[in-house]
Design a protein around this ligand. Structure first.
Ligand SMILES: Cc1cc2nc3c(=O)[nH]c(=O)nc-3n(C[C@H](O)[C@H](O)[C@H](O)COP(=O)(O)OP(=O)(O)OC[C@H]3O[C@@H](n4cnc5c(N)ncnc54)[C@H](O)[C@@H]3O)c2cc1C
Length: 416
């Protein structure tokens, strides 16, 4: 019987070292420039495509690593390089996962390769779910998709917001309401093919951090797409809606306030599996800032000795490193559980995202303090890392929503 180990295997070490090299040589040196430009770093994405890092094959290989560690190792290294640029490189993956999770084999084969393009003609994809009035509260979504039987088309209307790669993507994956009676179970995902009339970019946001990643509104105005662009197909949707209506009827008959298994199950298995990925990004940013602070504290001299000679500084570095290692372990545990098909009975995916994202904010703030005046300027990257770290506690479910999911899962109660 194989013993327990946290030792990476040779393939994983090779992956880590290769991506670390790319992050150190290509991403990190470009970070300050693209942060200031607040634009998608197309040349860096092209470099990543040439190196084989921006491609469907690369992510598929990591995704199917049976230990589950391929994705977190890759993300930690890329985001160690720079969060904004790394998000531009991996943002397409969010839309690709939307298709992989819900699409038929034919849809996956048709659309996912188009999302990446190739090294000579790099393309992006966007996943459009959030709306101005539906962020954490996905059930408040208003974008409607109406089926036109006569033409076998879906007609989409609504406004999506804060969309990574929104409007500049080749392929947009859009979540819309198909049956308002079924709440979030009445949602479906659609592919909007390149060049479809009626889809346009709204406001492009100027942001606090991850400024090299494009974030914008996506406006859908009578967007007509063929029936085959419904992910999963019409038959599967009709079956799903029938089940959702049945469940809604049963729920209405249950005694109000009874702690139900249903609430426990509402830990949203899909998100649980994707959340450790955001945790891994946060670990990458935190580790980058910690390393700079450790190095600086050992070389900056005040009162005739390096500042790390003071417990006040050394203990902070001890706490920073301890939190980073603990965060990585939570991320690896959840990633392994997802790959092994273990149920997240204690919302372990949310735990990893919550702890790692809060760690990134804490560690980057402390790094600024340790670098003193230099930390506060753009001469050193820790202030950028601190701005970048703020996103991790917001997207893919805020810290408050992670706590809600964890608390509901542990208690089985509909905690509000
Ligand atoms: C840079 C960036 C990129 C993004 N990329 C994408 C993307 O590609 N695709 C996409 O669809 N979306 C994307 N998002 C949207 C992101 O997922 C949402 O911003 C996030 O889900 C939070 O929603 P909200 O901003 O509406 O906050 P709100 O839901 O309005 O929350 C506001 C505050 O209230 C708290 N709160 C809300 N409900 C509760 C509750 N029940 N209990 C306790 N506290 C609560 C929240 O935690 C938060 O602190 C992106 C956002 C940003 C900033």
């Amino acid at each position: 019987m194989a013993g327990f180990t946290l030792e990476l295997n040779d393939d994983q070490k090779q992956l880590r070292d290769w991506l670390h090299g790319f992050a150190a040589e290509v991403i990190r040196p470009a970070a300050a420039e693209w942060d200031e430009r607040e634009e998608t770093p197309w040349p860096v994405i092209q470099e990543a495509a040439k190196a084989g890092i921006y491609s469907l094959d690369f992510y598929a290989q990591q995704y199917f690593d049976p230990t589950g560690l391929g994705i977190p190792i890759a993300l930690e290294e890329l985001f160690w390089g720079d969060a904004g640029i790394a998000l531009s490189i991996v943002g397409t993956g969010l839309a690709a996962v939307g298709v992989l999770a819900n699409g038929t084999e034919e849809q996956i084969g048709t659309w996912v390769p188009q999302m990446y393009g190739d090294a000579d003609d790099v393309r992006l994809a966007a996943f459009c779910s959030s709306e101005p009035d539906a962020g954490s509260d996905v059930g408040a979504m208003r974008t409607r998709a109406v089926y036109c039987r006569a033409t076998d088309e879906w007609v989409l209307n609504g406004t999506k917001t804060w969309v990574t790669n929104g409007g500049i993507a080749h392929v947009h994956v859009v979540v819309a309401v198909v049956d308002p009676e079924c709440g979030s179970k009445g949602h479906a995902s659609f592919i909007v093919p390149p060049g479809t009339a009626g889809l346009s970019q709204g406001q492009k946001f100027k942001k606090h951090g991850i400024r090299a990643s494009h974030t914008a509104e996506v406006v859908l105005d009578d967007v007509r797409i063929p029936g085959h662009c419904l992910l999963g197909g019409k038959e599967r949707l009709d079956e799903r809606l029938a089940r959702a209506r049945e469940t809604a009827r049963e729920t209405a008959c249950e005694a109000a306030g009874t702690p139900s298994e249903r609430v426990k199950n509402a830990a949203m298995a899909t998100f649980e599996a994707s959340r450790p990925a955001v945790g891994a990004m946060a670990v990458g940013t935190a580790r980058a800032a910690y390393e700079i602070a450790l190095d600086y504290a050992g070389t900056r001299t005040q009162f005739g000795r390096p500042v790390i000679d003071n417990q006040g500084i050394a203990f902070q570095l001890a706490d920073m490193r301890t939190r980073i290692d603990a965060a990585r372990l939570l991320v690896w545990r959840a990633s392994w559980m997802a790959a092994a098909g273990k149920p997240f009975t204690s919302a372990e995916g949310s735990m990893s995202k919550l702890y790692a994202s809060e760690t990134a904010k804490d560690v980057t703030a402390r790094a600024i303090q340790i670098l003193g005046g230099n930390g506060f300027t753009r001469e050193y990257p820790v202030e950028r890392m601190h701005r970048d770290a703020a996103i991790y506690t917001i997207f893919e479910g805020t810290s408050e929503i992670q706590r809600l999911v964890i608390a509901r899962t542990l208690s089985g109660l509909p905690i509000r």
